[in-house]
Structures are given as structure tokens and as C-alpha cells.
Design a protein around this ligand. Sequence first.
Ligand code: G6P
Length: 368
Amino acid sequence: EQIKKGSYDHFMQKEIHEQPHSLTTTMRGRLKNSGVILGGLKEHLKTIRRSRRVIFIGCGTSYNAALAARPLVEELTGIPVTMEVASDLLDRQGPIYREDTAVFVSQSGETADTLVALEYAVANGALCVGVTNTVGSTLSRRTHCGIHINAGCEIGVASTKAYTSQIVVMAMMALAIGSDQLSTQARRESIITGLSSLPSHASEVLKLDSEMKELASSLVDSESLLVFGRGFNYATALEGALKVKEVALMHSEGMLAGEMKHGPLALVDENLPIIVIATRDACFSKQKSVIQQLLSRKGRLIVMCSEGDISAVGPSGSCRTIQVPEVADCLQPVINIIPLQLLAYDLTVLRGFDVDQPRNLAKSVTTQ
Ligand code: G6P
């Protein structure tokens, strides 16, 4: 059933719309009022809590999912988290120690760079945890323990539903590791409540479908698109831009909004479209000032904000908005990426490119 397109034109479109369901299956049986149950990690939680560092390792969309989860893992566990693109870790032969927990994230579980990095981390004595969608994959067999994301088979080369399920799994992992800390109990409980309502918020945000089509038609002839994010949504900026790049074959860059004044600001003019992610969280006021700086340079802005928050993001009528439902700050990346997935999809269809098999790309890159 999962490998048929049904009423959809493309697998990518189907997989985007499937997210309320895939998020449900990812969480099924794992959420309890007072905590989460992750069978695959249970016996290793003590070791993970004692580790000096958590290292997230992945490629492409899987790397971005880990980046989205990083702030929450740091917040709930107090363990420093470093990020590694698998190939870069190998190029540098970066130091890995027995006291490290290395978390390998891969939809397919077969990406060569990630698997070689896994071999390297095992040889250096780290505890290796796998986060994958593929039961029986090389990644799931060679890691010491792990969590399946249970998002269902993903066919479109551009990863969509696996991304949101990966974030949810890593958020649950943060909850499990941090479950021994009394001081964060209320925060953990509110995240668990947020997780259980995430599928319905995903359904709600999918209603932006036709609005995203319209936005895509206004951007179809652009040469480039920038996406600015920070905090929990730095990853959303990278992942949104990656989707546009890989399927719509349009140049697009995701950028850390805090770095805007250190270079990217020079690119701003009336023509270059810029998406600024400014949903409500601790970085909101900083994003507001980014918006003001861009507007004062006549930037062509599209602001992603929380529902009903239009006036907070700038003088009325000064920019186009994408209004999304507000969820717990750390889960907001799961919701915010969905309109950007739709936008990338619509841009691809309008530009006449192959959605499910983008030029030069493969679903799983099994050579280094
Ligand atoms: C390829 C795919 C991407 C994917 C990346 C990592 O580049 O085209 O969509 O994100 O590999 O794949 P993995 O299976 O390890 O998540």
C-alpha cells in the first residue's frame, strides 16, 4: 500500500501529506504521561547520561534533523552536543573517545559516509546509537543500540516524512536521557503534551497547500532563495533550502540569522526573495530586529510567523507571511518545515522538473 501513489501525483507529495500519520506511528506506544519509553535505549541510558559529549553524525536531511534536535538534547541532558557531517568527520579524523555517545542518523541506514563514520566511532570505543527508518539496515545492525523512527517506507529521493519523524525521535531521546532530572520535569511534561498534539497540528499546517502553490508561482522565476533561521529553527532554514535546491533545482541557501550582518546582508535587494523564520520562541525579538534590518534595505521578505502574529513581524503589508500553528518551541521545527516542503514541491512542478528522481541524486548514496 505504501509504495503506491494513490490519489497523489508524486511520492514526495504523498509523503508530505502523510506526515500526520507518520508522526503518529513514530510515537505509537512510546509516550506515557510522565515520560517516554524507548525500548532500544533502555539498557544504555545510564551510560549515555555519564557520557562527556553526544556527537550527532549524519548526511543531508538526516544531519539537519539532528541539528533541529540538538538544542533540546543540550537543554534536557546538560551534555554538550557536537554536530558532525559524516564525511567531514572522516576527512579530519576528528577525535572520538570512549566517553562519547555517537548518535548516527540515517533514513536508509545504508549511507556509505555514515557507515564508515560508524566503523570509525566503534573502533574508537564510543557508545554508538542508531536512529534509522530501516529495520535490518546495516546501521541498525552495527550500532550498539538505537531507535527506529517507524515513519513507513519513503520513496521520494527528497526526504520529507523521515525528517519530521527523526526530529520527534531525537526529542523523545532527549526526554528519556533527561528523565532523571527533577528540575526539568514540568518542561518535559509540557513537551510530551506537545508531542501528542503534533499530528493534528501537522494536519492543520498542511492546509497551507494552496497558499504555498501561490507563493511558488510568485517565486518560480527567481534565481535564488535565502532562508534565515536561528535557535530551534536554524535547521529549518538549512532543510528548507536543501529541499528547494535538490528538487526544484533552484539555488537556495539556509543561513543562521545571527550571521546575517557578517556577510549575507550584502546580497539583499528588492529582487532576492528571503524567507525569515520568526515563529514564537526565545529568539523572537532578535528575529524581529533581523526583519526590520532587511526591510530597511528593501529586502523582498516572506516571513514565517505564528498564527495571528502578523502585526508583530513588521508594519502591516510590508511583507508576505506564512502563518503556522504555534507548538512547543522545541517541536516548532516539525511544523515549520512542512510549508517549505510544499513550497519546494510546488516550485519543482511549476519548473517542470522530476520531483521523485531529481537530476544527479540518489535516495541512498552507498559509495563514498
Ligand atoms: C542522499 C539523499 C538525501 C538524504 C541523504 C542521507 O543524499 O538524497 O535525501 O538526506 O542521502 O541519507 P540517509 O539515508 O543516510 O538519511
